[in-house]
Design a protein around this ligand. Structure first.
Ligand code: 13P
Length: 250
């Protein structure tokens, strides 16, 4: 089963519109003609129109770091899936650990957002991962299974095609501590087995599972060389065109 890798940049709360445009202008020539992998950028909502315009007609997709599960409504500060699509966004992250940690996103909210994204044809990247205390307590498998099962409530095999999962061990995010390829592969296998249990072997074999957590140009090859690892979700090292391009071209 060959799965096309997705290399994604999560810019978090960084960059002004001018900085975002300068990134895209410098980045596109570095990855021009790169078709081996899909490439996507996830900037803050206020940057979306600028980044989408700058990346128009290129091999780089653009998505949101978060959407609300409601189609519209009195939800101050939130972005709807329709608003994302109206400016040309095609993907969204869902349930990033920073959303879970700082904005109280639960598996139930993640599940609602997943349904909303799929209903509207936006590609969802569902983020899961254990915190350090959970790993040290031997709970990693339990946490990953719980997060996947919670996210996938009511999702059918027929609807699951577009879903991407990102395994992001929280202890590896922004810490410079990368999971070893062995640790990442073990976690991906647990996640894939849970998807198989919930949605069947075909969906599990086709679903892409990205690794995220201190991916850098110098560790990208060892991680992305693993058959189980179907791409990367990159934070800090995605903020500079040359370092993100080096990861894309691992
Ligand atoms: P870092 O690459 O900075 O560790 O961030 C990972 C991440 O959270 C991507 O979503």
């Amino acid at each position: 089963m060959s799965r096309k890798a997705l290399i994604a940049a999560n810019w978090k709360m960084y960059k002004t519109p001018a900085e975002a445009k300068a990134f895209v202008d410098a980045f596109l020539p570095l990855v021009a003609g790169h078709t081996r992998d899909e490439i996507a950028l996830f900037p803050s909502p206020v940057l979306l129109p600028t980044v989408i315009e700058a990346a128009k007609d290129s091999n780089v997709a653009v998505g949101a770091q978060n959407i609300h599960f409601a189609e519209e409504g009195a939800y101050t500060g939130e972005t709807s899936v329709g608003q994302l699509q109206a400016v040309g966004g095609t993907h969204t992250l869902i349930g990033h650990s920073e959303r879970r940690q700082y904005f109280a996103e639960t598996d139930e909210i993640v599940n609602k957002k997943l349904h909303t994204a799929l209903k509207h044809g936006v590609v969802p990247i569902v983020c899961v991962g254990e915190v350090l205390a959970e790993r040290e307590a031997g709970q990693t498998a339990h946490v990953l299974k719980t997060q996947i099962a919670g996210a996938f409530v009511g999702i059918t095999a027929a609807a699951a095609g577009p879903i991407v999962i990102a395994y992001e061990p929280v202890w590896a995010i922004g810490t410079g501590k990368t999971a070893t390829p062995e640790i990442a592969v073990d976690a991906h296998k647990i996640i894939r087995a849970e998807v198989a249990k919930l949605l069947g072997a075909d969906v599990a074999a086709a679903i892409r599972i990205l690794y995220g957590g201190s991916v850098k140009p110098d560790n990208a090859t060892s991680l992305l060389g693993e058959e189980e690892i179907d791409g990367a979700l990159v934070g800090g090292a995605s903020l500079k065109p040359d370092s993100f391009a080096a990861i894309v071209k691992y």
